[in-house]
Design a protein around this ligand. Structure first.
Ligand code: ZN
Length: 102
């Protein structure tokens, strides 16, 4: 059967196989480039988000300190400065002056 395929047809088939290989290789490289750029972008965004989250945490801590809030020793809930009982677990809170936490 193979003998019946003319040289011209064989050449055409080889040419198509080479073209296909080349295109598939190009496609693979494209996938790699896209994947890499997404990973780079994600890493950069992740760093930025991490930095912003840190800033929010710092601001919250400063606010808590400025308000003189009391941290519950049992559940770590922050309560208003004049609270007697924890708003979350109900434990009696002890007032401390110049509470240094963290
Ligand atoms: Zn509590």
């Amino acid at each position: 059967m193979a003998d019946k395929i003319s040289d011209k047809k064989e050449q055409e088939i080889e040419r198509l196989i080479r073209q296909l290989d080349h295109k598939e290789h190009e496609l693979e490289e494209k996938y790699c480039d896209v994947g890499k750029s997404i990973m780079d972008k994600l890493e950069k965004e992740n760093q930025e988000i991490g930095h912003m989250v840190d800033e929010v945490i710092q601001l919250k801590r400063k606010l808590i300190k400025a308000k003189g809030q009391i941290r519950c020793p049992a559940c770590y809930q922050y309560n208003e400065a004049d609270s007697i009982y924890c708003s979350r677990c109900g434990k009696k809170l002890e007032k401390k002056k110049n509470d240094e936490q963290q």
